[in-house]
Design a protein around this ligand. Structure first.
Ligand SMILES: NC(=O)c1ccc[n+]([C@@H]2O[C@H](COP(=O)([O-])OP(=O)(O)OC[C@H]3O[C@@H](n4cnc5c(N)ncnc54)[C@H](OP(=O)(O)O)[C@@H]3O)[C@@H](O)[C@H]2O)c1
Length: 280
């Protein structure tokens, strides 16, 4: 644990709360070295009771002043307002990390009083079970030591990858929205099991563990998924019959198209948001 690391999470809702819980659980910082903010006193009380750290309602400037790493975790359209609010408290040695989906780094950089390291992180919802997929990009002020620190924070809630900013829309489409696609797959597995006479409970356990186990096998074997698929496909067996059916309905092509379409949508949304906030 770094002695100087102090983290402020400005906007501790679903995502900020998951990050707060994860970094405390992993011991990235102690509860004395993290300060969270929210909008309402009611939410502040709930978080204080849950995590035992300092939680302020409306205290963004106080929190930012005390931190070495400031995480911007409000909804995207609020982030520029929060940056404007804390602007004159910012020091060049601090690190800013935005979680705001679709919000380009340039929107934040334009509002800063001086150059400083700024990161943009795209987490996904499994951060709530510390199994998130988190992609991170940064501005030109960010140095390797800043990257190491930011990686450490996010490793508390999942797996971290570094990408260039122009890949963030693809990240949004793949891992950001990806849990929704996998939930649909699990839902359909359950329905298939139920249709064939398995109880809903047993179908659910088998479906969720099949997805979890297959993902773990891909990771630990380091093999291409197609190799693993071939290994379980007996000639003339049940699996090849099902695979043929999936191919007939274009499973892989459908998922590739979904990610392509979602990437285009994310890019357009990002451009619209940047234009709107730049004019504000
Ligand atoms: N949820 C996801 O799956 C996901 C995935 C990737 C990225 N993100 C990004 O994560 C960010 C947060 O999303 P979320 O789903 O966690 O939103 P959320 O649950 O609505 O949380 C937003 C939090 O911001 C607080 N807030 C609002 N205005 C504030 C202000 N002026 N100062 C300080 N705090 C303020 C709210 O406080 P109150 O609770 O008191 O109202 C709330 O706790 C977004 O930018 C989003 O794009 C989310």
């Amino acid at each position: 644990m770094s002695n100087n690391l102090k983290i402020a999470i400005l906007g501790t809702g679903n995502m900020g709360g998951a990050l707060l819980g994860g970094i405390l659980k992993a011991g990235v910082v102690s509860k004395d070295d993290v300060i969270a903010t929210v909008k309402t006193e009611e939410k502040a009380n709930t978080l204080r009771d849950k995590y035992g750290c300092t939680v302020l309602s409306g205290g963004n400037r106080t929190a930012a002043q005390q931190a070495s790493v400031i995480v911007l975790a409000t909804k995207p359209h609020i982030v520029p307002k929060v940056v404007d609010e804390i602007r004159d408290t910012l020091r060049p040695d601090q690190i800013l990390v935005s979680l705001a989906a679709a919000l380009p780094l340039s929107v934040i950089e334009k509002r800063l009083p001086h150059p400083m390291p700024v990161f943009r992180a795209m987490p996904n919802i499994p951060v709530v079970v510390e199994e998130g997929a988190i992609a991170i990009c940064s501005n030109t002020q960010a140095q390797p030591e800043h990257q190491i620190l930011v990686d450490r924070i996010f490793r508390a809630v999942g797996v971290v990858c570094t990408v260039e900013e122009d890949m963030m829309d693809a990240v949004t489409a793949l891992s950001g929205s990806g849990p929704a696609y996998v939930y649909m797959v699990i839902e359909a597995f359950i329905a298939g099991g139920v249709k064939m006479g398995l109880s809903r409970e047993i179908s659910t356990r088998l479906a969720e563990q099949t997805v979890l186990g297959a993902a773990k096998h891909v990771r630990q074997s380091l093999a291409h998924p197609a190799v693993l698929r071939d290994e379980v496909t007996t000639p003339g067996g049940t699996t090849i019959v099902a695979i043929h059916e999936l191919e007939r309905h274009g499973l892989r092509s459908m998922l590739i198209s979904a990610i392509e379409t979602a990437t285009k949508h994310a890019k357009e949304r990002s451009q619209v948001l940047a234009r709107k906030l730049d004019q504000a």
